[in-house]
Ligand binder design. Structure first.
Ligand code: HEM
Length: 153
C-alpha cells in the first residue's frame, strides 16, 4: 500500500473513475492492471462482503451497541466506501464528501478488543466470497492497517 503508513485512504481515492479509465485507454500498457474492484467481480461481491460483515456485527455484543438500531445507512456507507476505495465508482465521495474516518470513529470506543472483533467479522466476510487469494489477502491486510489506525482507546 502506497501512502502514509496506517492512513486508510490511498492517493487515488479522489480521482474520478472516468478519468482513470480514460487515461488507461490512452496508455494501453496500463489496461493490464485492473483494479481490485474489477478483479473480484465488482459491485455484487462488495455487497456480499458488507452483508456478511453486518450479519456478524448484528450478533456481536461488543460492537452492536456502537451502531445505530437501524443498520441500513451504516451498511450503505461502508459499501460505497469500499467500492470506491478498491477502484469502483466514486459514489461515496459524492454522497459523503471526505471520509474523515478517524474523526467519524472518535465517538466509538475502539480498543484492541473492538478492533479484533471488527476484524473477525470482516475476515469471515472476505473468506465467504471465494475471491482470488491474492485480492483477499490484499484486502485483509488493508483492513488490519485501517482498523489499527482507527483505534482510539
Ligand atoms: C476497528 C473497529 C471499527 C469499529 C468499532 C467501527 C464502527 C463504526 C461505527 C459505529 C460506525 C457508525 C455507523 C453509523 O452511525 O451509521 C462506523 C462508520 C463507518 N466505518 Fe467503521 N468501525 C471500525 C473500523 C472501520 C474500518 C477498518 C473501516 C474501513 C476500512 C471503517 C469504515 C467505516 C465507514 C466508511 C463508515 C461510514 C462513514 C460515514 O459516515 O460516511 N470502519 N464504523
Amino acid at each position: 500500500m502506497k501512502g502514509k503508513k496506517g492512513n486508510p485512504l490511498p492517493p487515488h481515492f479522489f480521482v474520478q473513475t472516468s478519468e482513470r479509465v480514460m487515461s488507461e485507454t490512452e496508455n494501453p500498457g496500463q489496461s493490464d492492471n485492473p483494479s481490485v474492484y474489477e478483479v473480484v467481480g465488482g459491485t455484487p461481491v462488495f455487497r456480499q462482503i458488507v452483508d456478511a460483515f453486518y450479519a456478524g456485527v448484528e450478533q456481536d455484543t461488543l460492537l452492536r451497541p456502537m451502531y445505530p438500531e437501524d443498520l441500513s445507512a451504516a451498511r450503505e456507507h461502508l459499501f460505497l466506501f469500499l467500492v470506491q476505495y478498491w477502484g469502483g465508482p466514486p459514489d461515496y465521495s459524492a454522497q459523503r464528501g471526505h471520509p474523515r474516518l478517524r474523526r467519524r470513529h472518535f465517538p466509538f470506543p475502539i480498543d484492541e478488543a473492538a478492533r479484533d472483533a471488527w476484524m473477525h467479522h470482516m475476515t469471515g466476510a472476505l473468506d465467504g466470497t471465494g475471491m482470488p487469494t491474492e485480492a483477499r489477502e490484499q484486502m485483509r491486510a488493508y483492513f488490519e492497517d485501517a482498523a489499527s489506525f482507527l483505534m482510539n482507546k
